[in-house]
Design a protein. Structure first.
Length: 471
């Protein structure tokens, strides 16, 4: 029997003996078992066993034992190992557990079942890094050094091979560098054109009085990145001498007021620009309204703009508010929502043709008896939509409805229209059925409807109402 708790032993050492696959330190009083290789543990990994039992079921990522009643997540981060039966030899880390189900972090290679025996072992163990072999081999991804092992600026040949200390940003730490040891002038390649920026003294800048001796010197820029004013002499630039002024490659050309075309201009103004107002539209001074004849505008007959009409200038496409007759259907977009809203025939038919056929069965103060209770002749055709029963007190009743033509009066049980769903109240005062499963819902004008009580308890009076839509 394995005792829980952090009691550890070294597996696979020469001090152990093997009994039934378990390891025991010579002279120790407890048995332990090593985790298998699937969990990437070392041979020196030590594991405590908590549970040894048999599963009752299993799935891709679960193992179930209905004989248990664990606390939720009691075994989270522990290890479950299948020790026998289906899936034997597999080990997985436990992601969570309920009272009877362990959920593992990765799917089983072979799902366990009711033949699988298992153990719950401690997740992780105790490994002494100093006991590992090969610590001096260069096969570590990372090697850690004490502060005293870092190379510093006063170090000599004795520090050869020690690491460079980095600051929090990943740069060489300031304690590792002696600025005085670096001579900028000694850096190679200073004359190469591979610098992003070269700095010049103020006296090295080219200025407006410079001659050929300044060839190759840089242009001084101001804070905005433009040529500094000290580098230019405006008097040296003649706008009229700039080439290409007549080309149509300017974004903007400026004109004097006298160059604008106006409403009295003739052929002499050909090619002059139109003056625009502040809103970007043709300025009023450029137009003469009297020169524009609306009737001469093209496309007036097209149906692409708003047309205005009065009673004398009507359009056959539109209906007047009074006196006109429509030649086609008026289609409404929805049913009326207001009292005076227009309604479609479909709406009127649906709402105006709703009626109800009612029949009262009264026991005269006594419990209603079973049997035929009366007939009605229905003077209109309709379709039954819903059956409702309302009793005077809580109880139960089943009412069947039979229907036949006047010529075949009286209807009999074989003429039932309710199929296996007659009007029924069960231990209540009312019932309603709009499903009418199996019913014959159509009634022809002048059909006879008969009401028959199949069974009843307690109830002394009941009203049976059939909601119908007239046809």
């Amino acid at each position: 029997i394995l005792a829980p708790g952090p009691a550890w032993a070294v597996c696979g050492s020469s001090t152990t003996t093997s009994v039934l696959g378990l390891k025991k330190i010579a002279g120790a009083k407890r048995w332990y078992e090593c985790v298998d290789d699937n969990l990437d543990t070392l041979d020196t990994q030590l594991v405590v066993e908590y549970v040894s039992s048999t599963a009752t079921a299993g799935a891709a990522t679960t193992l179930t034992d209905t004989t248990k009643s664990w606390s939720t997540d009691l075994w989270k981060n522990k290890i479950v190992k299948i020790t026998g039966g289906t899936g034997s030899g597999q080990s997985r880390s436990i992601a969570s557990n309920t009272a009877t189900v362990l959920t593992v972090a990765s799917a089983w290679a072979t799902n366990p079942d009711a033949t699988s025996t298992y153990k719950i072992l401690a997740g992780g163990g105790v490994t002494d890094h100093g006991l590992l072999t090969g610590l001096g081999d260069p096969d570590h991804n990372a090697v850690y050094f004490a502060e005293t092992e870092f190379l510093n600026t006063s170090a000599g040949a004795g520090d050869s091979g020690k690491p460079i200390k980095l600051d929090a940003a990943g740069h060489v730490d300031a304690t590792m560098v002696n600025d005085a040891d670096i001579d900028h002038g000694s850096i190679g390649g200073l004359g190469d054109a591979d610098h992003n920026a070269v700095y010049f003294a103020e006296t090295e800048f080219l200025n407006t009085s410079a001659g050929a001796g300044d060839a190759g010197k840089p242009i001084k820029l101001d804070a905005g990145g433009k040529v500094d004013a000290t580098m230019l002499n405006d008097a040296d630039i003649d706008h009229g001498s700039i080439g290409g002024l007549g080309d149509a490659d300017h974004n903007a050309v400026y004109f004097a007021e006298t160059e604008f075309l106006n409403s009295s201009a003739g052929a002499g103004d050909s090619g002059k620009p139109i003056k625009l107002d502040a809103g970007g539209q043709v300025d009023a001074s450029m137009l003469n309204d009297a020169d524009v004849d609306h009737g001469s505008i093209g496309g007036l007959a097209d149906d692409d703009h708003t047309h205005y009409h009065n009673d004398t200038r009507g359009d056959a496409r539109y209906v007047k508010k009074a006196g006109d007759t429509m030649t086609g259907l008026l289609v409404l977009s929805a049913d009326p929502a207001a009292a005076l809203g227009a309604a479609t025939k479909q709406y009127v038919d649906a709402v105006g043709n709703i009626t109800a056929i009612g029949f009262i069965i009264d026991g005269g103060g006594s419990v209603i008896t079973a049997g035929v209770k009366g007939d009605l002749r229905i003077p209109f055709g309709c379709t039954i939509n819903r059956a409702t029963a309302l009793a005077d007190q809580s109880g139960s009743i089943v009412v069947d409805i039979w229907k036949d033509t006047y010529a075949n009066f009286p209807p009999v049980d074989a003429d039932s229209i309710t199929a296996s769903a007659p009007v029924t109240i069960t231990s209540a005062t009312k019932s309603e059925d709009s499903t009418l499963t199996g019913w014959t819902t159509g009634i022809t004008a002048d059909d006879i409807v008969r009401y028959n009580v199949d069974s009843v308890t307690t109830i002394t009076r009941v009203t049976v109402s059939l909601k119908c839509t007239k046809s």
